[in-house]
Design a binder for this molecule. Structure first.
Ligand SMILES: [Fe+2]
Length: 423
């Protein structure tokens, strides 16, 4: 969120956007869980509300009465300190509460939060800002998840109208025809290396995993000015990229065999070429748009095939800090990476896998209590992604932002950018 914005106004804006994202979806759409990683839309709407109820209202408002005694169990995601919770893998079984009751829950909590924000205690304002950033994260999760839900429906329903607005959009809308173009040649940005500072400073909002700011030593390196595009990926596919074990990490090659991967998630062989499923429905792959929905294993294999490597998160940040962190989410409303131009671009297309394991920064300390579970306990067996995608809310990311997923994850808006060592 914009650090200079008025908190009650920002609260209203973020909460309304979540509802706008759910608006095109039927009650049935909102209840489906298509795989264990996916949460139903209505669960996202309720869980983000529970976050304010649990961490803001219960902590700061003595007179607050929870909306429903069972919601603490149903909509706690992973906070052990809060207590037992409904299993993540069974969120799709929640035929009740229905969407109308969840709308009522949101309105009830909104009223109490608005009262509190009229004159928030200092700690309350901090928690409210965290809650808004949390809700923005769930806005992207909602889109990732509903994309997967719609993709496994043989009717291939669209979420958005082809015009790129949610107005009047309903599943089953006509699909967008692809305007295939060729990718622009990737330029390379040089960095001289040296001792640089990375991470968020003490001013303004940042998640705890972005702190503390600290020095690192970098050798000279070069970073591609744009993410890898579908045209580049087609060359990898045509060169047998998914059939050559020498390109793959052991775990990645096992996943290729086990899962039958032959292309990124949401690609399907068509005549001619490949189709891709997007939030505006299926259409031909556009070679000029950044490739999306890759696992870390695929990104790593591609980099090896290309004679390059993935950047470390510190290399990525050292260059990206010079660019404006703009994301395209609903603004102009294209929930898909757009064809790359000739200029350097670091934000708003895809989350970019880095070579860096998701680890605490030196001297990292998680916060006290349940909120301390937000990030720190996930610092194992995951990779850092940088950038921000076409489905990331405007104003949500920074050059220091650290996203993270397990290496096999493909349903987020994930892609890659190449790095190389100067010859
Ligand atoms: Fe959450």
């Amino acid at each position: 969120m914009d650090p200079g914005s008025d908190l009650p106004e920002e609260y209203a804006r973020v909460r309304a956007l979540t509802e706008a994202l759910a608006e095109p979806l039927s009650a049935e759409d909102q209840t489906v869980q298509s795989m264990p990683d996916v949460s139903p839309t209505k669960w996202h709407r309720a869980h983000t509300t529970w976050f304010f109820e649990e961490f803001l209202l219960a902590g700061e408002d003595r007179d607050y009465r929870p909306f429903h005694p069972d919601f603490r169990y149903l909509f706690n995601s992973y906070y052990e300190a809060v207590g037992p919770r409904h299993a993540r893998t069974e969120r799709g079984l929640l035929s009740r509460p229905g969407v109308a009751e969840i709308a009522g829950y949101r309105a009830y909590v909104d009223e109490a939060v608005n009262e509190l924000l009229a004159c928030p205690p200092e700690r309350g304002a901090e928690v409210a800002i965290l809650g808004l950033n949390h809700e923005q994260q769930h806005q992207e999760l909602l889109l990732m998840d509903i994309k997967h839900v719609l993709s496994v429906n043989p009717l291939r329903p669209a979420y958005l109208s082809p015009a790129g607005t949610t107005e009047g959009a309903r599943p089953g809308m006509p699909t967008v025809s692809g305007s295939a173009s060729e990718p622009v040649e990737a330029q390379w940005l040089e960095h001289t290396g040296g001792i640089i500072e990375v991470g968020a400073g003490s001013e303004g909002f940042a998640f705890d995993n972005e702190r503390p700011r600290h020095p690192v030593i970098l050798a000279p390196f070069e970073l591609a000015a744009r993410p890898v595009c579908c045209g580049d990926w087609l060359a990898f596919v045509h060169d047998g990229g998914y059939r050559r074990p020498e390109l793959w990490l052991s775990e990645g090659w096992a996943a290729v065999g086990r899962e039958g991967w032959t292309a990124p998630l949401y690609w399907a062989e068509a005549e001619p070429g490949w189709d891709i499923f997007t939030l505006t429905g299926p259409r031909p792959v556009d070679p000029a748009e950044p490739v999306c929905h890759l696992s870390y294993y695929e990104a790593d294999a591609f980099a090896r095939w290309a004679g390059a490597r993935l950047p470390t998160e510190e290399e990525w940040e050292a260059v990206a800090v010079s660019y404006r962190p703009e994301c395209g989410f609903l603004d102009p409303g294209v929930l898909h990476p757009r064809p790359a131009g000739t200029g350097a671009i670091f934000f708003g297309q895809v989350w970019e896998w880095t070579a860096s394991a998701y680890l605490p920064y030196p001297r990292f300390r998680p916060g006290p209590g349940a909120i301390g579970e937000y990030n720190g306990k996930f610092m194992i067996n995951q990779q850092v992604l940088r950038g921000g995608s076409c489905a990331t809310p405007s104003g949500h990311v920074r050059a220091t932002y650290r996203n993270f997923f397990p290496p096999a994850a493909r349903w987020p808006f994930t892609g890659l950018r190449l790095a190389r060592d100067p010859s």
